[in-house]
Design a protein around this ligand. Structure first.
Ligand code: FMN
Length: 444
């Protein structure tokens, strides 16, 4: 196995078959009638695997609020663990990262599901840890707990899951037909966890998985989010629309990880980017405008209002949201501040804000030629604003095909991305070592 070249970016893709750009499913050729269908999502995954991307990534929400407000991109048609299991059977190399919230399940369930996916895919599973801000009413909870409580639960949740993954020593399976013992029971250890939120005796009921532990990804940029991410995550998803703040975020995150005794390179910072590609700048701009023309503006107003927790019904599309409507409450999250900057500092009108958010939801977006978009990505990478990108496909399948056929090869040609997978596991391809078990460290 060749080690990952440190000059290569990490490239994953946010798998939203309806297209990341709001309402792009309305475009001709969108295959929107096939949403929830395995063949469609497989075709997109195959494109990603042929382009040698590190991983596909499924987000998840556990409510129908956004779809009922007219935004279908984050619908739950593709529940991550089920669709990733199906895709594991049809793919060979690409990483399979799924979002599972720590607010609605038990660590024992998630530990089994993720380790099971890791076994079945030969070591390609990843878990995007989120705490969720919506959907509590579907789980018998009338109000979302405050962020600090959600993150305390998340931290304990992940700790339990990791202990469960490590509860079998690597050589616990003996498969000894003569003695009649399939396992060496002395190498399987209860975890006896008693904490604020969970009591778990353990052990897990399956062998340690090919990666030892599936890859952990985290996507919170608030104080408690960064605390958790810098402690445990291998990858950090983040919305960073501007380079300088991303450079600061990168440096801060790496320093936090190092202060916890981790190696900076073992926590990879992966902001999103939405590339709208054309053979000329004029063609890319035209495509951006064409996409914008599909936006349902009234739904957009409701969506932005819901995201910002504001009633925008009295505002004209050519007016900006007044500065005094915004709050300083940090509990509203880091994306809220991005919207605020665009609205207040950059003076975007409501229509411009709707279009901007439709493209990016707070992430960076760019319309340009593959060479120009690659220039920007390389500049961010070389400036230590990121270790790579999560590619948001503006529309499917056409927009993703442009990314895979034109942008990724441009990065490869310039020496910033692989032409072949380095290894067979997601950890191999990300350049991360297989973690030894917590238990082995204790014994060593
Ligand atoms: C790229 C990216 C993907 C995310 N995916 C999800 C998701 O699928 N489900 C979810 O509930 N939250 C998702 N989030 C939201 C984060 O988990 C987190 O709630 C949000 O960033 C606010 O947290 P913070 O206040 O710590 O920044 C995502 C965030 C980012 C940047």
């Amino acid at each position: 196995m060749a080690p990952k070249n440190p000059k290569h970016m990490v490239l994953t893709t946010f798998m939203l078959p309806a297209g990341y750009h709001k309402d792009s499913w309305r475009m001709e050729g969108s295959r929107s009638e096939e949403l929830a269908n395995l063949d469609f999502v497989y075709d997109l995954t195959k494109m990603a695997e042929d382009a040698k991307l590190d991983a596909i990534f499924f987000g998840d929400i556990v409510h129908a609020n956004t779809v009922m407000r007219g935004d279908i991109k984050m619908n739950g048609f593709y529940e991550p663990m089920t669709v990733l299991s199906a895709l594991a059977a049809r793919t060979k190399n690409i990483g399979l990262i799924g979002t599972v919230s720590t607010s609605f399940s038990e660590p024992y369930n998630v530990a089994r599901q993720m380790a099971g996916l890791d076994h079945m895919s030969g070591g390609r599973a990843g878990w995007n840890i989120v705490t969720s801000s919506d959907g509590f009413q579907n789980f018998g909870i009338t109000e979302a707990p405050d962020p600090a409580t959600r993150y305390r639960r998340a931290t304990e949740f992940v700790d339990v899951v990791q202990k469960l993954w490590d509860s079998w020593e690597d050589d616990a399976v003996t498969n000894n037909k003569e003695t009649g013992w399939y396992v060496d029971a002395a190498k399987i250890h209860p975890i006896n966890h008693r904490g604020e939120f969970f009591s778990v005796e353990g052990a897990i009921n399956m062998p340690r998985s090919p990666q030892g532990r599936p890859v952990l990804v985290q996507a919170g940029s608030s104080g408690p989010g960064m605390e958790l991410g810098s402690s445990v995550a291998d990858g950090i998803y983040t919305a960073q629309p501007m380079k300088e703040p991303s450079v600061e975020f990168y440096a801060k995150f790496k320093a936090m990880a190092e202060a916890k005794g981790r190696r900076a390179r073992d926590v990879q910072i992966i902001p999103g980017i939405l590339p709208i590609l054309g053979d000329t700048q004029a063609e890319a701009d035209e495509l951006a405008e064409h996409l914008a023309n599909h936006i349902h503006l009234d739904n957009g107003r409701v969506q932005v209002g819901a995201d910002l927790k504001m009633d925008l019904s009295s505002l004209a599309f050519n007016e900006s949201i007044p500065a005094e409507w915004f709050s300083d409450d940090p509990a509203l999250g880091s994306r809220y501040q991005i919207y605020r900057r665009k609205s207040v500092d950059q003076g975007m009108s409501l229509r411009e804000l709707i279009v901007d958010l439709a493209r990016s939801t707070g992430h960076q977006w760019m319309a340009g030629t593959p060479a120009a978009v690659a220039d920007r990505m390389i500049d961010w990478f070389d400036s230590k604003a990121c270790d790579g990108f999560n590619l948001n496909s503006p529309f499917n399948p056409g927009g993703f095909k442009l990314i895979c056929d034109k942008l990724v090869p441009e990065l490869t040609e310039r020496g910033y991305f692989r032409s072949e997978y380095e290894g067979s596991t997601l950890r191999d391809n990300l350049g991360l070592s297989r973690p030894s078990s917590i238990r082995t460290n204790v014994l060593a």
